[in-house]
Design a protein around this ligand. Structure first.
Ligand code: DQA
Length: 145
């Protein structure tokens, strides 16, 4: 199947951005690892990082027509602000897993609310770069069932 991984704002800085919170793994390393694991399981994986809300909205809309079976998304700061990303995910009705490197519930109060969690298949947070790997594992299991 076709999987789509979306990364929101500032995740292009992974590796050097607040490493005590987000770890030292770069986004390129995360994407390469996910692609390799997805392909080993017989799937295809496309990924996009953007700092722009409209680019993420447009990629989610495009997923409706490109055969995407499941989305892994770390909306980053847009998690806590974006009705537009929520509405796009609701509109395309493609199942998605919400991912965070950190545990937003253990941080500032404004990170406790997510505009997308109640629409997600599930949420994985708090395991650093491994959060993505666990989410992919859950995605692969779901696609097989
Ligand atoms: C994040 C958590 C968000 O609160 C924050 O704005 C991010 C990254 C995470 O992966 O831990 O940019 O989504």
């Amino acid at each position: 199947a076709q999987l789509l991984v979306l990364h929101g704002p500032n995740l292009n800085l992974l590796g050097t951005r607040e490493p005590e919170v987000y770890g030292r793994t770069t986004l390129a390393e995360i994407d390469a690892d996910l692609r390799q694991r997805a392909e080993a399981a017989g799937h295809r994986l496309d990924s996009l990082q953007s700092n722009a809300e409209h680019a993420l909205v447009e990629r989610i809309q495009a997923a409706r027509g490109d055969g995407t079976a499941l989305i892994l998304i770390n909306p980053a700061a847009f998690t806590h602000t974006s009705v537009a990303i929520r509405d796009a995910l609701a509109a395309v009705a493609i199942p998605f897993i919400e991912v965070h490197l950190s545990n937003p519930h253990a941080r500032e109060p404004f990170r406790r609310h997510s505009y997308v969690s109640d629409l997600a298949v599930g949420v994985i947070c708090g395991f650093g770069a491994d959060s993505y790997r666990y989410a992919l594992e859950a995605a692969i299991k779901r696609l097989a069932s």
